[in-house]
Design a protein around this ligand. Structure first.
Ligand code: ZN
Length: 123
């Protein structure tokens, strides 16, 4: 059962919302239980950030964000990834920055995947 941590931008309270499925989480419009504000920041658990690159990308692939995304448009993917990287702050890492820059310049995601200048050793 997926659960997500949020911080309310209005009253700064942190809370967890549990869902019965990923699909339900994607449809939900969560509100702060303290002040009912809808201005929430999604918190990414540290453990998710520290796991392998592949599962990190998977965890980033929030169904509510991917809805309406054109997978054939690298610039749209770049924008989405930059948006997600912003939530990580300094945890995004230089390899993520490079991927985003290259997506936004219109490069094919497959090509980027195959010739990243950062190796796993640099992590
Ligand atoms: Zn609140």
């Amino acid at each position: 059962m997926p659960s997500y941590d949020f911080r309310c931008k209005n009253c700064k309270q942190e809370f967890t919302v549990a869902y019965s499925s990923i699909a339900e989480a994607g449809r939900d419009d969560p509100r702060c239980p303290y002040c009912r504000s809808a201005e929430l920041t999604r918190l990414i658990r540290r453990v998710a950030v520290m796991s392998s690159e592949e599962s990190r990308i998977e965890r980033l692939a929030d169904p509510s964000r991917l809805a309406g995304l054109d997978e054939n448009d690298p610039r749209a993917m770049g924008r989405l990834m930059r948006d997600m990287a912003n939530e990580f702050g300094e945890d995004a890492g230089p390899e993520m920055d490079e991927v985003i820059d290259r997506l936004e310049s219109g490069e094919d995601p497959e090509t980027i995947d195959q010739n990243l200048s950062f190796s796993d050793d640099s992590l």
